[in-house]
Design a protein around this ligand. Structure first.
Ligand code: SF4
Length: 376
């Protein structure tokens, strides 16, 4: 057995192991890493890839993240907010199409009208999507930024059960470098803790290839996911955004950036094992087959876009976002082909929840957790 083979066969990884895997450069070694991550994914989370139909509800945002194309200081884009009927119609289409889950995403807002709007949409989607194939309705993931504990509770009680809140980097120095002064990593960490305390399946993730980011930073990010008992991971390459405040800083060459992003997926799979990991759309900006390569490196979730085509061009967190003009029907067929092409099945009519979430709750023996009883 080679050194690499024995490293890949481990079930526990030190920080030095993680770093050694992220440092792999030889194509044969990377292929071996990919194969190991694919096998662990198959064993731990199964052969299905789950679709979360994505609705980008609004590009209004009160934040000013320096890397983001829809930050509040970008006055060059048209701002939009979908009405409730459009959001609910998109979600019911997802349910009819067999996606099993949707993601409601928007720029960050904490005002009362927005909180109520989301609460009403979630409740309505739940009610309207209960069927024989989805007896508990569509699974709902929210990706709506930092909110108060009370808001998280309201949205959870309305029926959402997963929440994605990317930390972008676990390095306090790097976090401070890419956010304005009023945003703190401390409050992001508190929000992640609040989400878990409410009962959400908690997702987070980081940007890969940030200026001045080191491999040690990325290895620490993976350790952070493990230490925080994170259920779902959504990582993406750092791609510059017109309208962001970091356009003068160069990004990594596409090939290197894609390779590093794929290695991050694979190593995260090896270390965390039973979590859900998304093959994010940004991978496809770097290579036409970026998302299927993400699946081949251990991802098991994709997010087909269901936002009305007229709105999509104004929801570009980074440049070069793909699938801006395809209808949701086209996205659905295209993604299914991509999933099949790498030997996975599409997980139809199932929430596809994080196995890690189930196990960590079992371990804590919390039968009172209402979500668990709803799911089983
Ligand atoms: S990353 Fe999110 S919170 Fe930050 S500016 Fe963009 S949409 Fe707003």
């Amino acid at each position: 057995m080679t050194l690499l083979s024995s490293l890949l066969a481990q079930t526990g990884f030190s920080d030095a192991d993680i770093l050694a895997l992220l440092r792999l450069e030889d194509e044969t070694d990377i292929a071996q890493l990919r194969q190991a991550a694919f096998e662990v994914a198959t064993r731990e989370v199964g052969n299905s890839v789950y679709c979360r139909g994505l609705v980008e509800i609004s590009n209004l945002c009160v934040r000013d993240c320096l890397y983001c194309g829809i930050r509040k200081s970008n006055h060059a884009i048209s701002r939009y907010s979908l009405d409730a009927q459009t959001v609910i119609e998109a979600a019911t289409w997802a349910a009819r199409t067999g996606y099993g889950s949707c993601v409601l995403q928007a720029g960050e807002r904490q005002d009362a009208a927005f909180v109520r709007f989301i609460e009403d949409c979630v409740r309505e989607i739940k009610q309207r999507t209960i069927s024989e194939t989805l007896p508990q309705g569509l699974g709902i993931t929210l990706s709506l930024g930092e909110q108060s504990l009370e808001t998280y509770r309201r949205w959870f009680n309305a029926g959402a059960h997963r929440y994605l809140l990317r930390i972008e980097t676990s390095s306090p120095a790097l976090f401070a470098r890419i956010h304005p002064r009023e945003q703190s990593i401390k409050s992001r960490l508190q929000a992640l803790a609040d989400l878990a305390s409410v009962g959400f399946q908690v997702g987070t993730g980081v940007m890969i290839g940030l200026p001045e980011q080191t491999l040690e930073d990325l290895a620490a990010d993976i350790r952070f996911f493990a230490d925080r008992d994170i259920d779902m991971i959504g990582m993406g390459p750092y791609i510059t955004a017109t309208g962001g405040a970091m356009t003068d800083e160069s990004m990594m060459p596409s090939h290197d950036l894609l390779q590093l992003s794929l290695k991050m997926i694979a190593v995260t799979r090896l270390v965390l094992r039973d979590v859900n990991i998304a093959a994010t759309t940004a991978l496809q900006t770097l290579a036409a087959d970026g998302r299927e390569r993400g699946i081949a490196f251990g991802a098991n979730v994709v997010m087909p876009n269901m936002t009305p085509v007229e709105a999509r061009a104004n929801y570009q967190l980074y440049d070069g976002k793909v699938c801006l003009n395809e209808s949701r029907e086209e996205c659905s067929g295209c993604l299914a082909r991509r999933i099949l092409s790498v030997g996975r099945h599409v997980g139809h009519n199932a929430w596809g929840d994080s196995k890690h979430y189930g196990r960590r709750n079992d371990a804590r023996d919390t039968p009172k957790n209402s979500l668990q009883s709803r799911q089983r």
